[in-house]
Design a protein around this ligand. Sequence first.
Ligand code: PXL
Length: 267
Amino acid sequence: MTNPPIAFVIAGSEATGGAGIQVDLKTFQQLGVYGVGALSCIVSFDPNNGWGHRFHPVDPEIIAEQFEAALATHSVENMNTAKVGMLGTPATIDIVAAKLGERTWKNVVLDPVLICKGQEPGAALDTDNALREKILPLATVVTPNVFESQTLSGMEHIETVADLEEAAKRIGEHVPYVLAKGGVELPGAEAVDVLWDGHEITRFTAPKVGEQRVSGAGCTVAAALTAELAKGTEITEAVAAAKALVTRGIEHRVSANTPFDTVWQGA
Ligand code: PXL
């Protein structure tokens, strides 16, 4: 019998393999964690229309069924770490908040995927607000990129690492740990991410691997952090491990016909 660490993920399917639950489960496996997952939505890019997002929410009843199956299979003792990826609609957020609330989790890592291209701006605003009101309070760690940090903190602009740190502190009024990711978005030779733990900031830096964004980097970081927390790794060390994995994965990126190359989680 094997008794591996287990992590649960609720996220969307992104069929190209470059984002979503495909990335989460590959990352878990790479870090020796048994992945359990429920689908929140299906995103199928349209190669004949600039790779635009075609977005299909999963029926809330089917989301509830998946939670029922997953939570009945693995007890709280064996599965106390969850990752929340893209949810996509207010109705999805309602059911996910309700179902997540049925278990006491030690770690809930929220990747606050805010906008999905192809959604109406009005719908996206509803979704952003619902995520902030109903899912953020359940999170123990949130992993916003620059855009998401700006939206969640309400700051007018984030142009420097100091701005990013200020955003992390503001978001930290609502969640114990904030990992705000500068990535390639901020100027300079280093990709800087910052962790706010309610008391102090820790900076994580690595030389940028080119200036181009890579698809799946955000999903990979949040999934790697989730896997490390599921193994019992302490938060600062877990972030360092996640950063190391994504940096290696970007260095060994997989070329793709989509607008961005994608992370190789197996590097
Ligand atoms: O990278 C954000 C993301 C997360 N989850 C799904 C996605 C995307 C971006 O396309 O499709 C399912």
